[in-house]
Design a binder for this molecule. Structure first.
Ligand SMILES: COc1cccc(CC(=N)NC(=O)c2cccnc2OC2CCNCC2)c1
Length: 386
């Protein structure tokens, strides 16, 4: 039964790739939007999760920690922290009814989220207010109930009610119909730990000592004037970022408020460093976010500390040097591995900085929108989802 749910959704299917004209696939009619939530099987009930409430945030944290995405070999599971979830899900303009939970006897068993974004698609003219969907999760014990399609339909309804008709999201799996298939890469920072947790393996001729030597990094960054981002940098970072992103076929436009939210450093959540060479002029910045993974079964380690490349803008500093400094900074912050996708300009540094390809891919999706070009190359993608 191939994709009995996704075939009912406004996504281009293979034989429409030529006939559909670019833009919305289905016109949204506000009057037709259901005013009441979708029906749930008995005992299940909807709730809006308030992440500012410690108890409700703890429930989300535990549901994800125990039931969210695992790697292909089921050795690791993402372990998003509460501070991270508040960063990711409470940006400016956030809608409380887009943090959607399903409870059984007051216990959270299902979750899906949306945040408002303005996505620029394929050229300057088209910018679309839509939702960025994330954190779709159903408790392992109730996976056979077809709850995921209901969660998707319910958040779609809550987006439609606000007269928005598109969405952007990523997934490791392939369902109808990816707009881009990106690959992820890893750069070892703590070779010994990566081998101990089974993230990396040694071939016959390799030893731990040899690996540690190979991936060794200097103590301090190279770029003169590199420092942690501060509030006073927001205006310049906003200009640099918005200008830089215009080269891509998919990108968000950021207000200064949004830059404050997404880039000002937050301990164990987001790290942003700017390059200020001459007095007061910011010419580049780098950023990475903190997403640890629980090591599912390991005698020695419970967690893998992973930094994920976020947005990096190099206008004066060579991108390879800027990212080499990112590796050094991440290592000094205690990370075991630095991850990046092959999107934006990342191909320019992945090989030179000794990133290794991961064993999977991350697919980008646009809901209810036909692109001019059927698929985008990873380097045409200018958006990073957490
Ligand atoms: C190492 O621990 C893992 C725990 C769970 C899954 C994976 C593999 C994986 N699926 N990785 C990614 O999706 C990935 C790899 C590199 C950069 N960003 C990524 O995903 C981000 C963006 C999408 N939402 C999850 C985090 C690894």
């Amino acid at each position: 039964k191939p994709h009995q749910f996704w075939e009912t959704q406004p996504m281009p299917n293979i034989n429409e790739l030529e006939s559909l004209k670019p833009g919305p696939i289905q016109e949204g009619i506000l009057a037709d939007v259901r005013k009441d939530p979708f029906n749930l099987i008995s005992k299940f009930e909807w709730c809006n999760v308030d992440l500012r409430n410690e108890e409700q945030a703890q429930q989300v944290y535990t549901l994800l920690k125990e039931n969210y995405v695992e790697d292909d070999d089921n050795m690791f599971r993402f372990d998003y922290s509460i501070d991270f979830l508040r960063w990711a899900l409470l940006p400016p303009g956030q809608h409380p009814d887009w943090i959607v939970g399903v409870k059984v006897n007051q216990k959270l068993v299902g979750f899906i989220t949306g945040i408002p974004v303005t996505l620029h698609i394929e050229n300057q003219q088209t910018k679309v207010k839509m939702t960025e969907i994330n954190f779709l999760c159903v408790h392992k014990k109730i996976r056979a109930n077809r709850l995921a399609p209901v969660l998707i339909k319910e958040i779609t309804r809550r987006v439609h009610i606000k007269n928005m008709w598109q969405a952007v999201y990523t997934a490791g799996i392939v369902v109808p119909t990816p707009i881009s298939q990106t690959r992820y890469y890893h750069r070892s920072l703590n070779a010994k730990k990566l081998i101990e947790v089974g993230f990396s393996s040694l071939s016959a001729r390799q030893t731990i000592a040899r690996q540690q030597k190979l991936y060794k990094l200097p103590e301090e960054p190279k770029t003169q004037g590199l420092r942690a981002m501060k509030k006073k940098d927001v205006a310049q970072v906003t200009k640099l970022l918005n200008e830089y992103l215009k080269q891509f076929k998919l990108y968000f436009k950021y207000t200064e408020d949004e830059v404050k939210h997404w880039f000002l450093p937050r301990k164990d959540v987001i790290s942003t460093y700017v390059v200020e060479k001459e007095q007061g002029v910011v010419t580049d910045f780098l950023s990475f976010y903190n997403l640890p993974s629980q090591v599912i079964k390991n005698p020695k380690h419970t967690h893998l500390r992973a930094a994920y490349s976020y947005y990096n803008v190099a206008t004066q500093t060579p991108i390879v040097q800027l990212m080499y400094d990112a590796l050094i900074l991440a290592k000094n912050e205690g990370y075991d591995v630095f991850n990046a996708l092959d999107i934006m300009e990342n191909e320019k540094f992945l090989k030179e900085l000794m990133f290794c390809p991961g064993d999977g891919q991350l697919n980008y999706y646009l809901y209810n929108w036909k692109l001019e070009s059927n698929m985008l190359k990873p380097e045409e993608i200018g958006i990073v989802l957490v």
